[in-house]
Design a protein around this ligand. Structure first.
Ligand code: GH3
Ligand code: MG
Ligand code: MG
Ligand code: MG
Length: 312
């Protein structure tokens, strides 16, 4: 487009973007020391279009969870090195897995023991042998509900972007992947300039409108593989995999330039807004904390350097 852009054309599309449903197959992690039992469960679920991974040795459960990111866990009760309930308790201690359903699948038919197991972090108890249709239906309904819930938990309600906590989790995931694949990774922090003045002079609803439109603008212009979060009130964060700092700066500077052209209709005169941006590229020594600190320092330099600019 050329010249200035009216904000209203952008805002109409916000709802569509935030309610995008996903049709990815459900992912189920099966933890069972019996290879035969696990293979049977896998076969039943795979035939129903459900993706599975099996873990015979529960010692590796946390790694498998981080890597596979299941929608649901099917857990055996009795294994040589640990009992299922203990493992469920450990899994539940991790914030990012609190809402992943855990379903026990065991020959244990003592109701008291089943109820004990449920109180230790399980969501359901299925007794072997189980009809395939029963297993499939249980997995589907539980996984679906958990997914819908998670989609809400990780997002910010005003913009539909990822919230602060989840953005940092995505940054950590991306950091580990970049390390493993030996690829660059950039992290950008954006902050709208003089935003207090927007609220003071145009009112809070106009402030919200600007936040929403920047969210949509970022979604429209960044790659699908880039992860965008609302980091704070009028602060945004972007994780850019496979992107070095120079390329990230180029993209974000283009977005900065275009965003500054958006005209928000108002009286006595239309509003124009800008943002400042700080970018950091993953280096050998950096963890998530150093990445966010360095991005914040770069953002501070952008602010001190006069705002409406991008700093690396
Ligand atoms: P600077 O250029 O230095 O960033 O100036 P600033 O005014 O943007 O600085 P600051 O970060 O101190 O102000 C942010 C303001 O954003 C303060 C707060 O009232 C406002 N704000 C935070 N969250 C929201 C929100 O959800 N909606 C609206 N309308 N305003 C918000
Ligand atoms: Mg067993
Ligand atoms: Mg701020
Ligand atoms: Mg600000």
């Amino acid at each position: 487009f050329t010249g200035t852009l009216d904000a209203s054309s952008l805002l109409e599309k916000v709802e569509v973007v935030t309610s995008s449903a996903h049709y990815e197959p459900f992912r189920v992690l099966i933890i069972d020391d019996s290879r035969a039992q696990a293979t049977h469960t896998e076969r039943v679920l795979n035939n129903a279009g459900i993706v599975t991974r099996t873990l015979i040795d529960p010692i590796n459960a946390l790694n498998a969870l981080a890597e596979f990111q299941p929608d649901l866990i099917i857990l055996d009760m009795y294994m040589p090195d640990c009992i299922g309930t203990e493992l469920a308790k450990v899994i539940r201690q991790h914030e990012r897995y609190v809402s992943v359903p855990i379903i026990y699948l065991s020959a244990e038919d003592d109701l008291d023991k089943q109820l004990d197991a449920m109180s230790e972090g399980g969501d359901d108890f299925l007794t072997k042998p189980i009809k395939p249709s029963h297993l499939i239906a249980t997995v589907r309904t539980r996984a679906e509900r958990a997914r819908n819930l998670k989609a809400h938990i990780v997002r910010d309600s005003l913009t539909g972007l990822f919230n602060h906590t989840h953005t940092l989790q995505l940054l950590e995931d991306a950091r580990l992947r970049a390390r493993r694949d030996n690829q660059p990774l950039s992290f950008a922090m954006l902050d709208i300039d003089h935003f207090k003045k927007v609220n003071d002079e145009y009112g809070h609803p106009m402030g919200d409108r600007v936040i929403k439109s920047l969210a949509l603008f970022l979604k429209q212009r960044l790659r699908k593989t880039d992860q965008i979060g609302r980091y704070g009130g009028e602060e945004f964060a972007v994780v850019l995999p496979d992107t070095d700092a120079a390329s990230a700066a180029k993209v974000l500077d283009e977005i900065r330039r275009r965003f500054a052209e958006i005209r928000y209709p108002a009286q006595p005169q239309d509003l124009l807004c800008t943002f400042s941006c700080g970018i950091v590229e993953l280096s050998a020594d950096a963890d998530v904390k150093t990445l966010t600190q360095r991005a914040d320092e770069a953002l501070y330099r952008a602010k001190r350097g006069g705002r409406n600019c991008v700093e690396c």
